[in-house]
Design a protein around this ligand. Structure first.
Ligand code: TYD
Length: 224
């Protein structure tokens, strides 16, 4: 494969993204692909430094705008030092959250304007839009229960898990709207289903997308 492939996994809290990324990565490696598993906020040394500031809640008191800019700064570093080099080297990159999380958490429920969020997204993503995005969808009460049960004893909920269920409902709707608006990129997955079924559905979608991408590549180079 000349150019690699970039897949993001999105959704609310406790939807099972991490498990599904691991399973897809195993499957793709067995099929002979080189796979990078990464996450946001974080995924590169610079972005991991910013992650702590964001998830501890240290940035919260400083306002939604500052938080959004920090997420964008972390994303820009992640894109330029990890994602783009890997995709250009023909690898498949799987990221746990990407730009849609900012659109939803900072834009929709953070109350920041679309113009401001679009400008940040353009700078941070810099053309590296995912080829495919899985939106794992679940009833927020169920997701929050799962997120709580996965924490080890004594570990506190992070800054975003602690928010009201109503906010999580709005985020769920916002993710579904993104999927409606960008059906070529986004696939909604029922995250309340059995993990094996979800893994199978995701595999099928990815295999199809990879074969379409492989068919497209020679056509494009012929056209040159
Ligand atoms: P994390 O511990 O990685 O959990 P999760 O399993 O939910 O992904 O926490 C990441 C948190 O950061 C999550 O609550 C969503 C939030 N977030 C944003 O608000 N904006 C962003 O752009 C990103 C990437 C994450």
């Amino acid at each position: 494969m000349a150019r690699g492939f970039f897949i993001s996994f999105e959704g609310g809290e406790g939807v099972g993204k991490t498990t599904q990324i691991k399973r897809l990565a195993e499957y793709l490696r067995e099929a002979g692909h080189e796979v990078i598993e990464t996450r946001e906020p974080g995924g590169s040394p610079g972005a991991e430094a910013v992650r702590h500031v964001l998830l501890s809640g240290a940035a919260e008191a400083l306002g939604a705008k500052l938080e959004a800019i920090l997420f964008a700064a972390a994303r820009s570093d992640h894109v330029e030092t990890v994602i783009r080099p890997a995709v250009e080297a023909g690898k498949i990159v799987l990221t746990d959250r990407f730009m849609d999380s900012s659109r939803v958490y900072q834009g929709v429920t953070g109350g920041l304007s679309e113009d401001f969020m679009d400008a940040l997204e353009r700078v941070a993503v810099n053309g590296m839009v995912p080829d495919l995005t899985f939106i794992l969808d679940i009833e927020p009460e169920e997701g929050l229960k799962r997120a709580a049960s996965r924490r080890s004893e004594g570990e506190a909920a992070d800054r975003f898990e602690k928010e009201q269920v109503e906010i999580h409902q709005r985020r769920r709707q916002a993710f579904l709207e993104i999927a409606d608006n960008e059906p070529e990129r986004c696939i909604v997955i029922d995250a309340s289903a059995d993990a094996d079924k979800i893994a199978n559905d995701i595999r099928k979608c990815v295999s199809e997308a990879l074969s379409v991408a492989a068919e497209d590549t020679p056509k494009k180079s012929r056209a040159k």
